[in-house]
Design a protein around this ligand. Structure first.
Ligand SMILES: NC(=O)c1ccc[n+]([C@@H]2O[C@H](COP(=O)([O-])OP(=O)(O)OC[C@H]3O[C@@H](n4cnc5c(N)ncnc54)[C@H](OP(=O)(O)O)[C@@H]3O)[C@@H](O)[C@H]2O)c1
Length: 257
């Protein structure tokens, strides 16, 4: 049974991605901080799909956490065929007023952990000439995001980093995919204090629909997956309209209704 490691599997898109893998008879390694939620999901996936499900509670927002997770996976003698870098958080508000520690945690989680986990697991995939990586970015990665400046910049990093590796991996059987969802119903919006934002008032996709699109795209080896028609228009308009127009629209969308 091939094995998928999914970060941020205790809620939202990550939880739904874990279900996609298990439904398709893959073993799963579930990672997040809330152990009880991971254990419940692991139990359900074993019961319903008869797959192996492992749980690692690691805080990936802390420096060195990716190495800690990699070592734990090695100690458990597990091989990772699919790496899903999904765990991520947002932070909404004026840059100079936002909590600085939380901002650093977001950068550690959205950028550093994703990069380091890719660095640790990719060499083994190259050695086996087999494997797939799914990095969960966002439509936020296609433009600057006033009122969420750092979050948008972290997702621009995911877009750029993933695209660069797509090219480096040409000629191998390893694929890397950037899943770029728009507004999605999950715990994200309340954690990022976006419950009253214009963006979410305009409607959100379900985590299930986003995960299914990402899973399908990754399995096909696509480099970029943007779920939903409305979201597909975002990079197109970002390419057509002047940047100063796009950033005004984005600013409005990120603020409260
Ligand atoms: N929802 C949206 O509108 C939206 C849109 C575009 C992109 N995305 C991206 O989609 C990804 C998944 O988000 P979601 O919408 O599914 O959000 P979510 O429901 O809040 O889930 C986030 C997951 O990340 C985990 N996580 C948070 N901090 C962590 C940490 N320090 N260490 C380890 N795990 C941590 C959470 O688990 P614990 O709390 O148990 O650790 C949870 O499992 C993120 O990268 C997000 O940026 C979301």
């Amino acid at each position: 049974m091939p094995t998928a490691l999914i970060t941020g599997a205790s809620a939202g898109i990550g939880q739904e991605l874990a279900k996609c893998f298990a439904t398709d008879h893959h073993s799963v390694i579930l990672v997040a901080r809330r152990k009880q939620k991971l254990q419940q999901l692991a139990y359900d996936l074993r019961e319903i799909h008869g797959v192996q499900a492992h749980v690692f509670d690691v805080d990936l927002g802390k420096p060195g956490a990716a190495k800690e997770l990699y070592d734990k996976v090695k100690e458990a003698d597990l091989e990772v065929d699919f790496l899903v870098n999904n765990a991520g958080i947002g932070q909404n508000g004026k840059f100079h007023e936002l909590d600085a520690d939380q901002m650093s945690t977001m950068i550690n989680l959205n950028i550093t952990a994703l990069t380091e986990l890719t660095r640790y697991f990719l060499p083994e995939m190259i050695e086996r000439n087999k494997g797939r990586i799914l990095n969960v970015g966002s439509t936020a990665g296609f433009q600057a995001g006033p009122h969420m400046a750092v979050y948008y910049a972290t997702k621009a990093y995911v877009y750029s980093f993933t695209e660069a590796l797509t090219e480096e991996l040409k000629g191998t059987k390893i694929t890397i995919t950037n899943l770029a969802p728009g507004a999605t119903a999950s715990e994200f919006q309340s954690r990022a204090e976006m419950d009253n934002s214009m963006l979410f008032a305009l409607g959100a996709m379900t985590s299930e629909a986003v995960a299914k699109a990402g899973y399908k795209g990754m399995m096909k080896g696509k480099d970029l997956v943007i779920p939903g028609l409305k979201n597909k228009l975002i990079p197109i308009s970002a390419n057509i309209l002047p940047r100063k127009v796009i950033r005004k629209i984005t600013h409005r969308a990120n603020k409260d209704k």
